[in-house]
Ligand binder design. Sequence first.
Ligand code: UDP
Ligand code: MG
Length: 316
Amino acid sequence: MSSLVSVVAPIYNEGPGVDRFVRRLTEVLGDAGLRYELVLVDDGSSDDSWDRIVQQAVADEHVRGIQLSRNFGKEPAVLAGLEHAAGDAVVVIDSDLQHPPGAIPAMVQRWRDGAHVVEAVKRNRTGQGIVSKLGGKVFNRAFTGLTKVDLVNATDFRLLSRPAVDALLKMPEHSSFFRGTSSWIGFRRTTIEVEIDHRTGGASRWTFKSLFRLAVNGLTSFTSAPLHLVTLVGLAFAAFSVLLGTQTLIRWLRGASVAGFPTVILLLLVMGTFVLLGLGVIGEYLARIHEEVRGRPRYLVQEKSAQSATTAVPEQ
Ligand code: UDP
Ligand code: MG
């Protein structure tokens, strides 16, 4: 039997976009003559997205829907999709049609040619993905530098082979960061260039707060560099204090009057800032540890669309 390709898409309040998305994918995958399934994960939408998914699932046996019990965020939604996908290759794609579904057949071809991970990278840099919105390139560069996980021009639009998916699912982290983890696993990889389209409907779901969380999660789960930085800054300040102390002592011994009220205030401020920042950085890691230790499930499924026998997948 020919191999099965799963397409996983997280959906949050996409409304009519759901139908558009399914239509477009059916077109592309059908034309390519692939054996496929569409795994649509409703990330606790408050609009009619879930109803539309169910309708699509009823109408087309290729479509399966999973509804999370509330809005968990894109990362857990993708994870839910990966865990429920049965394919020999799994493609993760945004449901807002910003990732061109037309690229999927080419990605599948690369996989057939032996790649385990096929990443779609942006050809046009004008897109306004997560990274560009976060003050973009700076974050990207810093992240890449600190974590050795290359994010520049990367997207979440990826194909993973079954072994790669299984490897990814073995990672027990609570705060997963798909773009990072799917690079971390390694495996034979290749990239294809795609045009990232502008949003066709609705608005981007990212708020500054959620982007900031993503950035902090991404960093803390991939590197301890900020912690080491805090230590280094602490050491630098210690050295500085010793120097300043020595100088002051010498001047005092020589009988010079030791002025410098402003200096004291300034130093207090600077020190205070670094101490608080340092505590904050440590706190972030502590929060991560706390989260991991609690070990709560990363998402909860409320409902699944009725499955027709042909696409039924063994449960885990
Ligand atoms: N999404 C989700 N849960 C959320 C936010 C977004 O499942 O809490 C989905 C959304 O439906 C879309 C994808 O994640 O398919 C990317 O979201 P969006 O287009 O808002 O992000 P951007 O393209 O601006 O990075
Ligand atoms: Mg988008």
